[in-house]
Design a protein around this ligand. Structure first.
Ligand SMILES: NC(=O)c1ccc[n+]([C@@H]2O[C@H](COP(=O)([O-])OP(=O)(O)OC[C@H]3O[C@@H](n4cnc5c(N)ncnc54)[C@H](OP(=O)(O)O)[C@@H]3O)[C@@H](O)[C@H]2O)c1
Length: 237
């Protein structure tokens, strides 16, 4: 491995995770993307297969001999589900969301801790505006699991401060990725653009700079914190 800082992007195979990986590569970092499947067109990326819901799969990635150092980790793996009334709640559906959004993060931090301790590393968790308010378009399962990630960040930042590991989160509102396009009609997407003070839904390029700042050497003192990236959604007239 080179002298460049090595960043691992969990859920780096599509959407915001992939855009972050590409941005970091362009900024001169070594980047490894991790997920269940690398898109066919991206054989140029350093990729490892991992299912975050399977502890053995997570463990085997972090026990690979070829990973000598991890300076930063981005947890972007996420799953959402459409909104339904609570009387249609399904435990089975909830578990699927919970396992990717929350349990997977716990497995990842269990096994990457020693690397981060050694490098005094940085972590960014991709959260959501759902954790700051609620989710307009995804179900309660998404709001709950994303809110729990905020607790995870607070707790680990307290535990890890003695090791100089900095862990933070970002809270984006809607971003133009497949997750959004699969969920909403073009009419709903148009309305959404209009509902944001800045006048448009975020593109991944609006978000990646904040992720890079938190994971870079420029961040020397922020931990247990989060950045709202929502085009002014919290403003009131
Ligand atoms: N899009 C938005 O509007 C929006 C807004 C706020 C926050 N976010 C958050 O941003 C993050 C990225 O979302 P996105 O919009 O970029 O969605 P996306 O394109 O669907 O990306 C989701 C990523 O999660 C990975 N993933 C899902 N299940 C996994 C599993 N079991 N094991 C390993 N990886 C898994 C996927 O990789 P594989 O399929 O290869 O496994 C993929 O790389 C999520 O945490 C989401 O909640 C998105």
């Amino acid at each position: 491995m080179s002298d460049k800082r090595h960043i691992v992007v969990i859920g780096g195979t599509s959407g915001l995770g992939l855009a972050s990986a590409e941005y970091l590569l362009n900024q001169g970092y070594d980047v490894t993307v991790v997920g269940r499947k690398l898109p066919k067109a991206r054989a140029d990326l350093s990729f490892y297969k991992m299912d975050v819901t399977d502890e053995e799969s997570v463990k085997s990635f972090f026990c690979k001999d070829e990973i000598s150092r991890i300076d930063g980790l981005i947890y972007s793996a996420g799953k959402s589900i459409g909104r339904k009334p609570i009387n249609e709640f399904s435990n089975l559906e909830y578990i699927k969301i919970h396992d990717v959004n929350l349990l997977g993060a716990l497995f990842v931090f269990k096994y990457c801790y020693e690397y981060l301790k050694q490098s005094k590393g940085k972590v960014v968790i991709i959260n959501s505006i759902a954790a700051r308010t609620y989710s307009e378009f995804s179900g309660i399962e998404y709001t709950i699991t994303k809110s729990a990630l905020s607790g995870l960040v607070r707790h680990l930042s307290a535990d890890w401060s003695k090791d100089s590991i900095l862990i933070n989160t970002i809270f984006p509102s809607m971003i133009e990725t497949s997750m959004l396009e699969e969920r909403l009609s073009s009419e709903e997407i148009k309305k959404l653009h209009e509902s944001i003070p800045i006048g448009r839904i975020a593109k991944t390029k609006d978000i990646v700079g904040a992720i890079e700042f938190l994971i870079s050497d420029k961040n020397t003192y922020i931990t247990g914190s989060g950045i709202d990236l929502n085009g002014g959604k919290f403003l009131s007239s």
